[in-house]
Design a protein around this ligand. Sequence first.
Ligand code: BGC
Length: 450
Amino acid sequence: MQHSSSVRLISAIAAVGGLLFGYDTGVISGALLFIKETWTLTAFEQGWIVSSVLVGAILGAVLSGNLTDRLGRKKIIVITALAFFVGSLATALARSPLELMIYRGLIGFAIGIASYTVPLYISEIAPDDKRGALVSLNQLAITVGIVLSYLIDGVFAKVEHGWRYMMGVGVVPALLLAAGMLLVPETPRWLISRGHAEKAKEALRRIYGDCDEAAEVSKIRGSMLHEEQGSFRELAAKWMRPALIVGIGLMFIQQATGINTIIYYAPTIFQLAGFESEVSAISATVGIGVINVLMTIVSIRLLDKLGRKPLLYIGLCGMIASLAVLGEAFYSGSAGGALKVVSVLSLIVYVAAFAVSLGPICWLVISEIYPTQIRGLAMSVATVANWGFNLVVALTFLPLVEFLGTAYTFWGFAVVGVWALWFCKAKVPETKGKSLEEIENNWRRMSTEP
Ligand code: BGC
């Protein structure tokens, strides 16, 4: 099959959904400082302004898993873009902390949907040998969205009511996503699963240009032969169980090794390490965001060559080592200036190691390992797990630091990392270069082996 560049362009358009995910989760870290000037907020209210996004994301992932299978991938991304648009506008104009919380919840709802629909959409249009790189464009867009949010926070920091602009800027990518998605086709796999073979052929022509559409359609059909209608019963079937555990396990690892304590609280951690001014703490944070982007690019170049599992091992080892050092630096604490240097260096290694491994690979693998008709549902279960674990870590991080101390908290994340090495070795399949059909057949074979 000849791969035209349109598959790349279509994937990039869908990945704007990832950019909104990153922007809208990152923007609050800076905006919160200024929201506190508009209203006097209790710690509890602040906590909820941050966490309402996560609660919304959980709901989004729960409610729309099944919708994506019923209405189609494309339509759901368009609706999501509109929710991002309305949410960004409404948060910018919010008249009370309660309104802000509710509208942030709406944005979270959109993030929850986008976080699984975008990788799902891309994985279904991507050719097997480029799937890793194309699906991971979404993760790249997330990291770019995070850095943009840090930078935009900086730009509006000195403007009166600047936080309203920080929130409002989100309407621009939302409009781009809505307009872009109206121009791209639905995925051929979804169309076939709904019995629209002719439309699927048309979609194949638009995505790949010249290709043997009839052969592609029968290949996709072949993989659907054994499949019943997607339902929770099918999802709980014995042969699907290991795949379900892999999805939920990877999401647990991605969140419980602590990435978002860095993404959401990096300035606080830098201050704990002795950076006195807010400006220096925030600049160090932008640096961390840039490393996140650059190393995601490195990962995208390596994913389809080295494979997913080797990158997981390398990344996890880097994360464990840097967390251990960071914990030690906080434990012995007294070294003054040395603590600053060690904390910055270990956070750089940590984020770099996350960005080459758990960042892109968890989302990628859950878009690859489930059969088509339950893929939407199964991915949404893994996505709900991701946001659920994210919420638990976000809510418990500061109390844990208070209760156990910073050192033991980071060591705790490192212990999860060691367990994760075992989990990846024992449970996660290598999906590099395999067709979605082959991956599915492997699970079936495993379930019948004694
Ligand atoms: C994770 C997010 C995280 C981001 C950081 C994503 O893969 O799901 O929770 O904030 O990576 O780059």
